[in-house]
Design a protein around this ligand. Structure first.
Ligand code: SF4
Length: 237
């Protein structure tokens, strides 16, 4: 029981707050319970669709396609695609997080993910249509232009601060100094072989690892090979 409570600290805290509120102010407790029930019901309707969408992205969308459209090298084209994806999306912003995680796992850059999330949150097309109706088209257009500039600038700044390695992407757990190549990502460019020929070699147009544990004196060259891999296929423990 104690173990279960420790694992679900947040849930326990919320229950305590509800119980406390119920003792202090019954009316407010009932109101907040009703609000929470509404959001839980909404999540139960939306999340299965979101999980289906993320599974489809993970299983069916080729990594190369995501990398080309939304990867590190996609430049302003990637930024425009991200703006488009975020703007045509539907559903609340919390639904965007699992989708963005699936895209990150498939090779999208942090920069483009910030743009998708931000445009999903503040410049969705249905939102813009309502804004124009209630506050005038001029108001909507001015806000859209300035917000878009802000989103791109924010994406640039955040991508300099937050790296992909900072985001838990459920990738494989490696032993200390173990080096692996994700074969499904490798595009066979041969850069790693040039940088660290003792550790990598080409086989059937893909790079493979020849020494699985990086020696202390070779850490730097293997790290450089990892950093130069254009598709981030190399992982070091
Ligand atoms: S640098 Fe990356 S993509 Fe190129 S061969 Fe090595 S692992 Fe594959």
């Amino acid at each position: 029981m104690i173990e279960k409570m420790k694992k679900n600290k947040l849930l326990v805290l919320i229950i305590f707050i509800y119980v406390g509120l119920l003792i202090v102010n019954q009316e407010k407790a009932i109101l907040s319970f009703k609000n929470s029930s509404y959001y839980i019901k909404e999540m139960l309707i939306i999340m299965p669709v979101v999980f289906l969408l993320t599974s489809l992205i993970e299983a069916w969308v080729p990594r190369g396609m995501i990398m080309k459209a939304l990867g590190e090298q996609s430049g302003m084209k990637g930024a425009f695609i991200s703006l488009g994806l975020g703007s045509i999306s539907a559903g609340p912003i919390y639904a965007a997080f699992p989708v963005c995680k699936a895209l990150l796992k498939k090779g999208a850059s942090v920069f483009n993910i910030i743009i998708i999330l931000s445009s999903w949150a503040v410049i969705k097309i249905p939102m813009l249509a309502n804004e124009a109706k209630f506050l005038s088209p001029k108001f909507m257009m001015t806000r859209w232009i300035l917000t878009t500039i802000g989103i791109i600038g924010m994406g640039y700044i955040i991508s300099k601060i937050v790296k992909k390695d900072d985001i838990p992407l459920d990738t494989i757990q490696l032993e200390k100094d173990e080096v692996v190549i994700q074969q499904e990502i490798c595009i066979g460019c041969g850069i790693c072989v040039k940088e660290a020929p003792d550790y990598f070699k080409m086989e059937n147009k893909k790079a493979i690892v020849t020494i699985e544990k990086v020696k202390k004196e070779d850490k730097e060259i293997v790290k450089v090979a990892k950093e130069k891999c254009p598709v981030h296929a190399i992982d070091i423990g």
